[in-house]
Design a protein around this ligand. Sequence first.
Ligand code: SF4
Length: 293
Amino acid sequence: MPELKKEIIPAKYAGFCYGVKRAVETVKKLKAENKGKNVFVLGELIHNTQVINELENLGIKTLYEIPEKGEGICVIRSHGESPQVIEKIKQAGFEIVDLTCPDVKKVQQKAVELAKEDYFLVIVGKSEHPEVIAIKANAQLWSENVVVAASPEQLKEFEQQIKAHKKVGVVVQTTQRISTLNSVMEYLISIAKEVHVANTICSSTSMRQTEAKELAMKSDLVIVAGSKKSANTTHLAEILKDITATIHIENDDELDKYTDLIDKSKRIAITAGASTPQDVIQRVIKKLNERKK
Ligand code: SF4
């Protein structure tokens, strides 16, 4: 029987989402138009060292904390910030350019709306993630009843409070897995009388996860490229691991650790997180194609 040819299948929805693309392009444009001014970003603009170095070389600096006094432009990245942090940046003397992704803004607005309407608010997501911290801080301006949980187990801690409250509102971190939302909903419905859910997983994340799942079902191996610090990339790899062999790498150099697995896999799909630049993806594809020969 002739040996099957190896197939390398790149995902269509891989790499920068529109929120990240918008942030990277706008920040570069800002610096080009404000040559004499300092341009800072509060926190790393995206979870990618290569991009951060590229921005540094253009003179765009990352601020890891807000100084007491500063001048120039301070950019709010796509994750968004809390009202308290925004006020602190203003007080320090910076001019603010807010590049919070419009999809993240929608979650903040929905969370505020539910908090104002006296829902006990559950934010489904990771409590330490900057996007979640900002959503929570915005909602807490209106209500004390705001909690974060990444699983039904974490939510159990608040069971008595939830039962005592008449209605529960739910919003979701934009990059969460739909299965996490489903499991939280199943638990909430079992203990609460009224549950209002806003599925705020962003469409870019949903399309990326759906396509990657379909590819994984048809592949022996999926390679997920992107930073291990990136929430959406990590979630993507977690989802795919349940379907087929999956490796999460930050760049093409890491492929060397998996040559046996790569050589024995006939269909290999490649996807990437929202903060992975195209050239990283292209180098992974190139290296895999070289192993085909
Ligand atoms: S992953 Fe979604 S919410 Fe986050 S920046 Fe990209 S488009 Fe916006």
